[in-house]
Design a protein around this ligand. Structure first.
Ligand code: HAM
Length: 413
């Protein structure tokens, strides 16, 4: 679990504000479901046999001996909240959320026990165009964040539950016929979750997996038509995709479309965003049948990619740093700082407080990344002026009234 430290927070805020702006452009509304849910919510939705539920949940008993779990993902809680508050009753909410998730995984680069997701979930729309909208939204986000060249879209269809059942038995037969070639992990999965064998990264299994029967050959006409509509729309919108019949995802609730954006730039943990349709989940959790689709982006991985982009992320913490000496100057500085903030919304002003000679205060000003230092000593207080020094340019400093200094800073390119 990682603390987010002050030097990282500016970039996080930059990315988060781009995410918020994108959701707002698509008219999605924010939801903030609980961080803790009853354990059986995740068992029933994500699936008992998945890695997440069988090995990775932070579960504990509360004082009433009820088993609770820190959410390992957001979809289950979001659907629970939608059922509880009838959000999808005569309504088709398009929602987004952001926050921490918890999985007891083996930590490595890009994989943490507390990590953050930003997600979108849409309820009540039985039309594959909404699946496309979600993908287009992610694609526009990558563009905004300057990482479109760093990610690749994989899509697949898991069909209806009947399609999957038929495929399931074909796949089990195939792997049973080749049982001696499977590794231990896959032999276990053959019993519990054979589709996940397709996901194996073991190089020795790749040839066997490549030759396995494809799920796309087991789709009903209806599921085939939905998948076709999605691919056609993506082509019309100019979004490049790869059909990856081995993409099965690690959660059990999906049907029809599943997708993942992956990258070559982050090592083994290459999935930046994953999602798909989960039309059965509302009913499974005791709600009315409600079609649903969504995705989640891993924030830590997204941030790493944004660091690789050429974008100027404008993460300066301070624009003007006020250097001051003595009690009179300090009081004058506080009042001047507030006047600047009210005249220049968004402009970041920091007043030096605590000890320090002018020299050491300038060091702080320099380190802060500020464009300007504003100097206040006894002369400035006596004459009701400020001295402006350019920290990043070779320009002469000037002494003037606060109003004139504000004008100079406003007009600075
Ligand atoms: P997921 O594929 O389990 O899907 O997670 C989505 C993303 O979260 C991953 O692609 C990855 O970027 C990030 N992620 C997952 N685990 C970790 C970890 N341990 N450390 C860092 N990042 C991680 C879901 O959670 C589904 N709820 C997505 C969804 C929403 N499907 C429909 N609606």
């Amino acid at each position: 679990m990682n603390d987010l430290l002050p030097e990282q927070s500016a970039l996080w805020q930059y990315v988060e504000s781009n995410l918020r702006a994108t959701f707002s452009e698509y008219a999605y509304q924010e939801i903030r479901p609980n961080l803790i849910e009853k354990t059986h919510l995740f068992q029933r939705s994500i699936g008992e046999l998945t890695d997440i539920v069988s090995k990775e949940m932070y579960s504990f008993s509360d004082r009433n001996d009820e088993s609770l779990t820190l959410r390992p993902e957001g979809t289950a809680g979001c659907v629970r909240a939608a059922i509880e508050h009838s959000l999808a009753y005569n309504n088709t909410p398009r929602l987004w959320m952001m926050g921490p998730m918890f999985r007891y995984e083996r930590p490595q680069k890009g994989r943490y026990r507390q990590f953050h997701q930003v997600a979108a979930e849409v309820f009540g729309i039985d039309d594959a165009h909404i699946d496309v909208e979600l993908i287009l939204m992610t694609a526009s986000l990558w563009k905004k964040l300057g990482i479109a060249e760093h990610v690749k879209l994989n899509i697949n269809s898991l069909g209806s539950s009947e399609d999957r059942q038929a495929y399931h038995s074909t796949l089990v037969d195939y792997f049973k016929d080749n049982f001696e070639q499977l590794d231990e992990d896959s032999k276990t999965r053959l019993e519990s979750n054979p589709l996940r064998i397709l996901d194996s990264k073991n190089p020795d299994l790749q040839a066997l997996i490549t030759a396995a029967p494809s799920i796309l050959e087991h789709l009903s006409d209806e599921s085939q038509a939905k998948f076709k509509l999605i691919t056609q729309c993506l082509e019309a919108a100019g979004v490049v995709y790869h059909i990856n019949t081995r993409l099965v995802r690690g959660l059990d609730y999906y049907n029809d479309l599943v997708f993942e954006w992956s990258t070559q730039f982050l090592g083994a943990q290459d999935a930046v965003c994953g999602g798909g349709r989960y039309d059965g989940l509302f009913e499974q959790l005791g709600g009315q049948a409600t079609p649903a689709v969504g995705f989640a982006i891993g924030m830590e991985r997204l941030i790493e990619l944004v660091k690789l982009s050429e974008l100027d992320t404008d993460t300066a913490v301070v624009d003007a740093y006020i250097v001051n000496l003595g009690d009179r100057a300090r009081q004058y500085a506080m009042i001047a700082a507030d006047k600047i903030r009210s005249d220049m919304p968004g402009f970041k002003v920091k007043t030096h407080l605590g000890q320090g000679s002018f020299k050491s205060q300038f060091k702080h000003a320099n380190k802060s990344g500020a464009t300007f230092a504003l100097i206040i000593g006894d002369d400035e207080v006596d004459n009701s002026t400020l001295t402006l020094k350019y920290m990043r340019e070779d320009k002469e400093q000037l002494t003037a009234t606060l109003e004139s200094i504000i004008e100079v800073m406003k007009n600075h390119g």
